[in-house]
Design a protein around this ligand. Sequence first.
Ligand code: FPP
Length: 251
Amino acid sequence: MVSHLRPEHFIGKPRHVAIVMDGNGRWAMQQQLPRIAGHEAGAKAVKRIVEHCPKLGIEVLTLFAFSRENWGRPSEEVSALMRLFLHTLHTETESLREKNIQIRFIGDRKAFSVELQAEMRQAERVTKDNDGLILVIAANYSGRWDIANAAMKLSKDVLSNEADITAIDEEGFAAYLSMSDLPELDLLIRTSGEVRISNFLLWQIAYAELYFTDILWPDFGPAEFDQAIQEFASRKRRFGLTNEQLTQAEV
Ligand code: FPP
């Protein structure tokens, strides 16, 4: 049996869920509101889902908050999003600490303002010992960047003789990627009807179930999340094995 298979992979409950939170702009348009009102409503949806996950025993929730490509949006929207991130972090960190939620950020954070970077560090520091849900915020993240960054870090280790080039395999390489210490991704959800990965978790989706819904992110609540989890539970994950092998693994 291949090494990445663990008994929990056959159980119908995801440990690690990731979400592409799409549709804020369209939601705002439908309500005849400016786009940023859609992002603000999106931030409220984040809070609802984050608070819901621990009730389902989910261990890791990874949210795509800002892609490397999002810098190309109109400057007023980018600035408004940065203000929203800063404000949300500032007001919510204490509540995360109280709820035993650990927050982490993945992505190249050097591109953010000094103020926002400081707020990110502070939120990570304040919640680092929490052992409830791990909330991972992907900010200035892209899947290709993650892989290229891992290759760069590995190359440095090879050059300094800390890594052996002949011993590099999938597992060894994956250790250099974001979230390498967390459970493997089980379920990727994307809202708003788009059926794309958009350079999100490319390596990590290898064996994840994909779930697409037409609901716009601000309208996505616990009931919609539960529906995705139910759908996940009904899928048969085979990891390249046969149905007969799976039946044996389940007993
Ligand atoms: C995609 O919708 C959404 C984003 C690019 C930003 C996501 C941000 C939030 C949900 C707000 C707060 C998040 C945190 C973590 C505090 P879109 O603008 O592409 O929607 P559209 O496709 O309908 O235009």
